[in-house]
Write a protein that binds this ligand. Structure first.
Ligand SMILES: Nc1ncnc2c1ncn2[C@@H]1O[C@H](COP(=O)(O)OP(=O)(O)O)[C@@H](O)[C@H]1O
Ligand SMILES: [Mg+2]
Length: 194
């Protein structure tokens, strides 16, 4: 409970990361946990939010992802943040780190050897799997998040951790109890063994 005691009632937490690192699962667990503990918490899935706000510009040629108007998304999301200024807001999704407005910008990282199995289960094509694995090994999300948030970006290594353990780490970061700056997670070994 001590972590929750230190959590400000209006914290805005963004959770990003390569597809299949666990964003949706962990964000839902975190939101439920906060609601169970009498926080007014709201979860925004950024892809759904973009569709609801008609910010889809098109689809990539492989139809694996939608092309989103990021400037429009940033604007809509920040209006939503302003309208929910008394609540905890959790924004999850692979586009969240391209938007402003987070008090805590958290990137979930996952060892590519574990990520590979998850991507295969989701029936991604071989080329999309490879692209995502390399993006994860090279920390592309974290680097992009750094462009907006600089040293404020936190990374969690989700490899071999339960959803509850990851949730508690997010809470510890969000409440200022721990710092997990980018730079210590290194999957280069995986890349070199390709
Ligand atoms: N900590 C975890 N341990 C084991 N499996 C996990 C964990 N987090 C997520 N998963 C599983 O990995 C898959 C991808 O998770 P998901 O939350 O959909 O990822 P994302 O939203 O980042 O694409 C799901 O099948 C989910 O059940
Ligand atoms: Mg997801």
């Amino acid at each position: 409970m001590s972590i929750l005691n230190d959590l400000s009632k209006d914290t805005v937490i963004f959770i990003s990361g390569t597809p299949c690192t666990g964003k949706t699962t962990v964000a839902a667990n975190l939101n439920d946990y906060l609601l169970d503990n009498e926080f007014d918490s709201k979860l925004i899935k950024i892809n759904d939010f973009a569709i609801e706000n008609e910010l889809v510009l098109g689809e990539d040629p492989d139809k694996f992802y939608k092309i989103i108007d990021i400037d429009g998304l940033n604007e809509c999301l920040n209006k939503e943040i302003d309208q929910n200024s008394n609540d905890v807001l959790i924004v999850e999704g692979h586009l969240s780190h391209l938007c402003e407005g987070a008090d805590k910008m958290i990137v979930l990282r996952l060892n590519p050897s574990i990520l590979k199995d998850r991507l295969e289960e989701r029936n991604y094509s071989a080329s999309k799997i490879q692209e995502n694995l390399e993006a994860e090994a090279l920390a592309v999300c974290s680097a992009e998040a750094y462009e907006i948030y600089g040293d404020e970006v936190s990374e969690i290594d989700a490899s071999d951790k339960s959803i509850e353990e990851i949730r508690d780490l997010i809470l510890a970061i969000a409440s200022g109890n721990i710092e997990c700056p980018i730079g210590s997670i290194d999957y280069m070994e995986w890349l070199l063994n390709q």
